[in-house]
Write a protein of this length. Sequence first.
Length: 298
Amino acid sequence: MKTPKRIEPLIEDGLVDEVLRPLMSGKEAAVYVVRCGKEIRCAKVYKEANKRSFRQAAEYQEGRKVRNSRQARAMAKGSKYGRKEAEEAWQNAEVAALFRLANAGVRVPKPFDFLEGVLLMELVADEYGDAAPRLNDVVLEPEQAREYHAFLISQIVLMLCTGLVHGDLSEFNVLLGPEGPVIIDLPQAVDAAGNNHAFSMLERDVGNMAAYFGRFAPELKRTRYAKEMWALYEAGTLHPDSVLTGEFAEAQEQADVGSVMREIEAARFDEERRRAARAEDERPPGKSDEPPPPPWMQ
């Protein structure tokens, strides 16, 4: 097939020998199957910002580091240079996340190189060598659903232990390879400690997994892993081998109605005393609160 223009620099640099076929086109990138020497890999070509349906929402950008203050100011102003820097930062985020997670043992495609907006990485294939299907394209037995769900919860825990939250995890962003699920698409990954939206994104990721696998094993819809793992994370006790139950009891303290009523009565009494004191201070000298005597007594 004709080589996409964006992949030409990789061919010129000897990183890619041949583009074999398009694999898929998503909301943020187009992916091609390429040959690199004797190995078959994939090249993820990021779409330009104005051609993407997935926007760089501010909630994803929060907490991300930039190279210097000049870059930060330009990105904030939205200048041409700033937009270019923001676009590069968005793409670099996935590259950095992939290397970070792969090194931590999270099952993600192995990254090889990144050049001119093209990410060269492992092709996740099925047992026949074809591109692995997405979870959304498979039908599971209940026991398989439980097994894969448990595995992905452990992967989410491992990601959180490295300080990252996927931020857009669903059955569309998980491939099913011969060894099990593989997590993909990470440009929107957020810093768990530096982003105020991290927990809500984690809860959404975990909820998406429960909803999908709950189609095949309904009891999974009732699990509450997100709050359980986040509580451990905030306490500094979350580890890759932490044993989770899927249950989480909200902190609840039964209200002491008697004490509340006594507080209200005390506050009312204090207010009446203050009003009486103010009235006493405002009374003209010599004037009494007692009503004047009736005329027949004067």
